[in-house]
Design a protein around this ligand. Structure first.
Ligand code: SF4
Length: 402
């Protein structure tokens, strides 16, 4: 699909509810107070480089200089709340969970939003009076076409696809035009990657460095076509032919992947292409553009800086169970200290903590996690509201009063 096709598909469904809604219930007074203090800045650029700090005598809390809601999530929630206000009495249906955070999704449900995947609906069940919301991670081109037809029948459509996701689609459209196969660094089951793959004429999804090593082995003639196809079953386009499609590859990312891993994927593929075709031929066989979004990068960098500058006893990484960017923050944090990926204040009490270990799909319960004093780092994924983080802090203070 071309860039113009993608743009046109979205233009046809675009509508903005544009009413004023209150944001207060996602805020935290405690975090506002902590973040109102000045933190260290780079003397040259003036950018914040330190962490926010709260010293309670027995605990020192360090808050990453950037965490929580990103611009794409904020806009998606804002548009959803606006739609619920603007169309009272009409069904407001999101194609799936709006974002990967249980608290925010519960709030939207409480206000009347319906999530299509939970209610076993399909697009065929949409009525002309309904309002349909496309989440921040977008949807497939097939769905955009079906939504266009629904709009013609009178249905109201609100597209909250994030600008950074559309940038990836634009990049993939460029690969289509020059006849390159899109190699997507992402999770093949993630909504955003499914949507991005739908833009590509041909694609292959690599999840991690092990997947990338297999692709490199194929490019360099060390792995057969059959072996590659078996390994990537379900993670490539229909009719994918490695010998034809992997001759020219263009790399793109799911926007929330770990930036450092994406750099490694890029380096490995480039080396393989050099080995197979020689350095002067690289550009004819391999192109890449970093499509990790800025919000993801900044949050990851803030965790790295906190881990490097401060000797922490533990770090809490707050975010939904299925939030890809939160998982990646936890993976980074784990390099520096004991890190716990938790959903919120309800995930722990004094002795036990319910947390996600990277790579697992269900929570683990650990004991004796909270010391009586020490240094605790805190960060949160791009879909976590401030009040969830603030509640975590307040509960620790309640469990271990001075
Ligand atoms: S994480 Fe990035 S791509 Fe995803 S919604 Fe936020 S800003 Fe957009």
């Amino acid at each position: 699909m071309s860039k113009l096709y993608v743009k046109a598909a979205r233009e046809k469904v675009k509508e903005k509810p544009n009413v004023n809604v209150t944001w207060r219930f996602f805020d935290s007074d405690l975090l506002d107070r902590i973040q109102s203090k000045e933190i260290e800045r780079d003397p040259t650029t003036g950018w914040k480089i330190g962490q926010y700090r709260l010293d309670t005598g027995h605990f020192e809390f360090f808050l990453a200089r950037k965490f929580g809601f990103c611009y794409g999530v904020k806009l998606a929630i804002w548009d959803s709340l606006s739609a619920l206000d603007k169309y009272p009495g009409q069904r407001v249906i999101a194609l799936s969970e709006m974002i990967h955070n249980p608290y925010v999704n519960d709030e939207l449900r409480r206000r009347g939003a319906i999530f299509m995947d939970e209610s076993e609906m399909t697009l065929d069940d949409i009525a002309p009076a309904d309002v349909v919301i496309i989440p921040a991670f977008g949807t497939t081109m097939t769905n955009f076409e079906m939504l266009r037809q629904l709009k013609e029948r009178g249905c109201t459509l609100i597209d909250t696809t994030c600008r950074s996701v559309i940038d990836v689609w634009d990049r993939v459209s460029e690969y289509n035009q020059i006849g390159f196969c899109s190699l997507i660094h992402g999770k093949s089951e993630h909504e955003e990657t499914i949507a991005t793959a739908s833009v590509a004429q041909t694609y292959l999804v690599v999840r991690d460095l092990d997947d990338t090593a297999l692709v490199c082995d194929f490019i360099c003639g060390r792995l057969s076509e059959q072996e590659l196809l078996e390994r990537f079953y379900g993670a490539c386009s229909e009719g994918f032919q490695p010998s034809r499609d992997l001759c020219r590859i263009g790399m793109a990312n799911q926007t929330t992947m770990r930036s450092s891993e994406s750099e490694e994927v890029f380096g490995m593929l480039r080396e393989a292409v050099i080995e197979a075709y020689g350095e002067p031929e690289v550009d004819a066989h391999f192109q890449a553009l970093d499509t990790i979004c800025r919000a993801t990068e900044v949050r990851q960098q803030a965790v790295i800086e906190m881990g490097q500058s401060t000797q922490l006893d533990l770090m809490l990484v707050v975010g939904g169970l299925n939030s890809s960017n939160t998982k990646n923050l936890a993976k980074i944090a784990q390099k520096y200290t004991q890190a716990y990926h938790i959903e919120g204040a309800w995930s722990f009490d004094g002795d036990q903590i319910r947390h996600l270990i990277y790579g697992d799909s269900a929570f683990t319960v650990s004991e004796d996690w909270l010391p009586d004093s020490g240094r605790i780092g805190i960060t949160a994924g791009a879909s976590t509201p401030d009040n969830t983080v603030g509640d975590v802090l307040e509960k620790i203070l309640m469990l271990r009063p001075e």
